[in-house]
Design a protein around this ligand. Structure first.
Ligand SMILES: Cc1ncc(COP(=O)(O)O)c(C=O)c1O
Length: 485
């Protein structure tokens, strides 16, 4: 015997799925299922249980069976019954067993399993000083402004919003993005050529997993292994392009028909793609009938160099621009966009499927409002100042305490690269760990097939710690550097 029950929230308050199974009769099965639900936390202390009649009707059992089961569990101390307040889960229930990751109530540590995480993720306990690249300052998420946008979006949303979503994304968001990207990043597009997705990683899945683009794909010799793995999982080979002080050596592009670049701020080494190479790569795309994938992951954060617009602005027919809010707002929002040459729009939409299955339509509307109301610009401006000041403090601390260490890639973005003498990177990562500092060496980002000379360095994500913890993180970083004063 097995029976499922989903209690209607409208009628009785709480939703709960119960499985009645076993051979001991319905009363025993119901008692066991309720005990289990309390034990594993699905029925929290204080939760009011449904009246006998409605539970009996939902389960297809006699009313007395439910009454008996409740009485038994009250007697055992699992439930309480009080005149006027119904039957509730008792407050004093046994604590849940501890899980391997910590207390059962503690939220899981997102970073350890974040797919866009750096190459070396720590196992369990959080580091004292987290200087891994990849995450903006989580304590600075603009909660109040986001809530205002969310509330406004919800109030103004027509009813059709609550039906299945358009796989292209909400028109309000696509229009707001077209305006914002043109203004802030020099992108040339209209809303029809934008497809909303859940971030850069999702865009890669759609393009390669969805069969829109075929391999092999040229990539920069240093990049996020997670992205290379995603592409490989779609059966596409990546071919490394060497880097020099002007960015990717696009003159070394081979027979590939697509290339993935981080032109505004090479990830992770840090420089912009030289102006001549920006036009050279467009020429290459025309000559080959190919396409440039532009990962514009942190294009908003530039400090003291001239703004570098998106390569897409040079030629919207030869570039797919991919962006997301993961650096500007938070990787938890899971919203991104693809600005496509017209010929790819249909294929990407087909890869997405008939309905929006990835990006919450309500979040899309919130972001549309956030952009259109100017909150996004305000937030980016505020964060730019904060990160610039952190960058300056990092550079000053290194100049004072480790003057022999060269700092590069600091004109933009949320991380810097500290160059080290050859052969010293691994011990420097270890020395940092001794000081409680988590960071990555450059080696973890290197394409396994590149023949480019290896560069030793530490990638320091200066955006990650909350403001109050930054100074201590810097001190610990400097203490761990070889030859620090
Ligand atoms: C190089 C690079 N590209 C893109 C992204 C954005 O990825 P996603 O939008 O999937 O969070 C990141 C991380 O934020 C990144 O480091």
């Amino acid at each position: 015997m097995a029976k499922s029950w989903v209690n209607s929230a409208e009628r009785d308050g709480a939703d709960l799925h119960l499985e009645l199974s076993g051979t001991g009769g319905r009363r025993a099965a119901l008692i066991a299922a309720l005990r289990e639900a309390v034990r594993d936390g699905r029925l929290a202390p204080g939760t009011r249980l449904p009246p006998y009649r409605s539970l009996a009707a939902d389960l297809g059992v006699a009313r007395n069976t439910v009454a008996d089961a409740y009485a038994e569990l009250v007697a055992e101390g699992w439930l309480t019954a009080r005149q006027g307040s119904g039957t509730r889960v008792a407050d004093r229930t046994a604590p849940l067993p501890r899980t391997r990751r910590g207390s059962a109530k503690a939220p899981p540590r997102a970073r350890a399993s974040t797919p866009t995480a750096s190459p070396s993720r720590p196992a369990l306990s959080p580091p004292t000083h987290d200087l891994r690249q990849g995450t903006p300052d989580a304590s600075a998420f603009p909660r109040a402004a986001w809530l205002t946008s969310y509330r406004r979006a919800l109030q103004q949303a027509p009813n059709e919003v609550f039906g299945p979503g358009d796989p292209a994304g909400r028109i309000e968001l696509r229009e707001a993005l077209a305006e914002y990207l043109a203004r802030a990043r020099g992108v040339r597009t209209d809303a029809d050529r934008i497809v909303v997705c859940s971030g850069f990683a999702h865009a890669l899945r759609l393009l390669f997993g969805g069969g829109v683009l075929r391999g092999p794909l040229a990539v920069e010799a240093y990049g996020l292994p997670f992205h290379r793995d995603l592409i490989a999982a779609a059966g596409v080979r990546t071919v490394p392009l060497p880097l020099d002080e002007h960015g990717a050596r696009v003159d070394r592009l081979g027979p590939e028909r697509a290339v993935l670049l981080t032109p505004a701020h090479q990830f992770p080494t840090g420089g912009p793609l030289h102006a001549e190479r920006r036009s050279a790569v467009i020429d290459w795309a025309w000559a080959r009938g190919g396409v440039v994938l532009e990962d514009d992951y942190d294009g908003e954060f530039r400090y003291d160099r001239k703004p570098v617009g998106a390569v897409q602005g040079l030629d919207p027919e030869r570039v797919i621009l991919l962006g997301s809010v993961s650096k500007s707002l938070s990787p938890a929002v899971r919203l991104g966009w693809m600005v496509l040459p017209e010929r790819y729009v249909e294929g990407v939409l087909a890869a997405k499927g008939e309905r929006e299955a990835w990006a919450s339509v309500l979040d899309q509307l919130s972001l549309a409002d956030f952009l259109a109301s100017g909150s996004y610009d305000r937030h980016v401006r505020r964060m730019r100042q904060r990160y610039r000041s952190r960058r300056d403090r990092l550079v000053a601390a290194l100049a004072a305490q480790a003057p022999h260490v060269e700092v590069t890639g600091v004109a933009a973005g949320l991380h810097a690269v500290l160059r080290l003498p050859p052969g010293t990177e691994r011990s420097a990562v270890k020395a940092a760990a001794w000081q409680g500092v988590a960071l990555d060496g450059l080696a973890g980002f290197r394409h396994p097939e590149t023949d480019m000379e290896a560069a030793d360095g530490l990638v320091v994500g200066y955006a990650t710690p909350p403001e109050h913890a930054y100074e201590a993180a810097l001190e610990a970083l400097c203490r761990g550097l070889p030859g620090a004063i």
